[in-house]
Design a protein around this ligand. Sequence first.
Ligand SMILES: [Cu+2]
Length: 148
Amino acid sequence: MADWIVVDEGAQTVTIDLIAGETDANNRWNFNGYANGEATVVVPVGFTVTVNFENRDPANYHSVIVMEPMDTYPPTFTDVEPTFAGAVTSNPMSMTDATAPGGGTETITFTASTAGEYALVCLIPAHAITGMWIGFAVSDSGDSGLRM
Ligand SMILES: [Cu+2]
């Protein structure tokens, strides 16, 4: 279990400390060091998910949304709705008004109400197409953690 994913089975909550640009992988356009779908965060269906999002990239704004996975992500997004209500950070497509570089933070909370395979994606122009996305799975078997 990745230590940045904390599951409370009793309370039916998952707390995810999601960090954009934690490492310099993919030119810092990564989540906790992962990009291009190389890892998948797994949460149990029905749990309340809190994402403590922090942007440690010194230079670029970032965002995160839970959305349907795509085979190929577009350079820019026009209108994309989160899979679950509330599962998106503020101004997610803005290069000047999303979560700020150098330690900006935002917390989002949502209910993972439907099992399936989704994605955690940064919506800033050019970020997803160059790999700033990882998987997000809602499990109906009680599984949780980080799937590689
Ligand atoms: Cu980004």
